[in-house]
Design a protein around this ligand. Sequence first.
Ligand SMILES: [Zn+2]
Length: 591
Amino acid sequence: MFIPEEKISEILHAADIVDIVSESVILKKSGQNYFGLCPFHSEKTPSFSVNPGKQIFHCFGCGAGGNSLSFVMKYHGLAFPEAAKMLARKYNITVDTRHLDPAVKKHQDLKETLFRINRKVMAHYHQHLHKDPAGQAARQYLDHRHITPAVMEEFHLGFALDQWDDVVGFLKKARVSRKAAENSGLVLPRKTGSGFYDRFRNRIMFPIFDINMQVAGFGGRVMDDAMPKYMNSPETPVYSKTRILYGLHAAKTHCRTTGIVHIVEGYFDFLTLYQHGITNTVATLGTALTPEHVRILKGYAPAMILVFDSDAAGIAAAKRSIKTFVNEGVETRILILPKGEDPDTFVMKNGAAAFQKLAETARSVMAFLREVAIEAHGMSVSGRAKVLADMVPYLGDIHDSALRSLHVRDLAETLGIDETAVLEKVKQQVVQGRHPRDTVSDTHPADPERSSDPRERQLLSLMLHSPDIIGQVRDSGVLDHFYSERLCRIGRIMVQADPDPDFFVTRVMGGMASDEDRELVAALAMSGGVDDNDSLPAAAAAVIQRIIRIRRKNDSRLTAKIKQAEKSCDTDLMELLRLKQQELRQIYNGQ
Ligand SMILES: [Zn+2]
């Protein structure tokens, strides 16, 4: 561990797990725990739980689990020291990074440098927009698009000069290294091999913030018909287009309060809706929405409305979105604006209330696709057959069989076709190999520990619930009698840990060598337990005794049988040796 133990403990004390998780997952309290939809696997019913007492999270669906640090690592895809630093920054704890692993430190330094460069360049672009005579055209353009000065300020809009070396010169003057400059994606190496040139030229600049308000990258839009109309930063160590959504940093709380998020395509669509008070909006950055986007958004709003300016765009997106949205268990509706309008022009002309009213008419993805098909083919006998043929692939794309059968019934009713006939067609489609597994979201991963003696798990659970019994466990020597080497290993770490009940579970997690072990600890801490603490020592003693007795009995039975077989010198011996071998292998594998 590179960050001192005390620092980690300080961070864990400051970072409340419920606070940390609820930044990205909608949590509801139920008993002692909080529950929400797991951000790490697809699900429709919450099996992701957070225990504020033990300061841990655990998903009963996919097995993910850990403390607030492991949550930040897993959710933001960070390495341990980065996650620790991120939390430390949040809670104003200073962390000395001199002792970091050189490779980790290098990567972390690079990321910090890139955020710093981006922020400086953001200010530089901003300056051009407001102070530079060359920014005049851009100012007029924004004015013409009715973007208010307040929104320009809030989103730090800027302007990239029509020059090849403006940012190149700016970075040089700011003493940014060539490597960092190139890594930022703001400049590109010249084909001649010497020097760099500006990526963004003569464009309105939109800084792209991540959820922590850091400038991750930029989008640039031309002011005329030049191509490409939009250009974004390339993937960098701080900018990942599959994770970042424009405006989410500003929209997140509004998404929380309304339970709805509008998803639009362009920067101007976003800004116009935002300045008209439709602040629960995000924009995709010219890329299709990814499952990662959807999982992130799901943490802020359970319902999503995709806003499009034409049927064609809507259809394409609806088709794509079935796999992402429907299977992520998100209520998704499609809103097609009147012909010739985009969100920007529609709101400018008709106002926010008209937009909200229109949004209420947004149809579910399936209803939308069905209506499009009916419009195309009509409701004659042959038309309905074609509608059915169009719809079958979409239905086949729904993994959850219960949900699929609801949509099948809907379609059968609309078309006046027998439900079983529709179902038959869909089943053929599914069997044709589009879905190797049905109801992916509802399958639980195999639990490798389940085959071992359940009492071993039970005992570890009891220890996690109440470290008071640790002395009892240690003195009994019961861990030596565990069948599962893995549980034994975890048990030993618990026995060696400081038994102070405050943060005991997170401390034990810190001692785990792998994510799998950490997740197992979270699972054990969330399961079992006893209702009243007085009976705990007695309960623990009973479990300990039972584990030892069973192990001894099995061992002596096996030894006796082997002796017997040796005497009779027959194939029984072979069989027994095989069994013994198997058992040893099982122990070795930690099962
Ligand atoms: Zn999960």
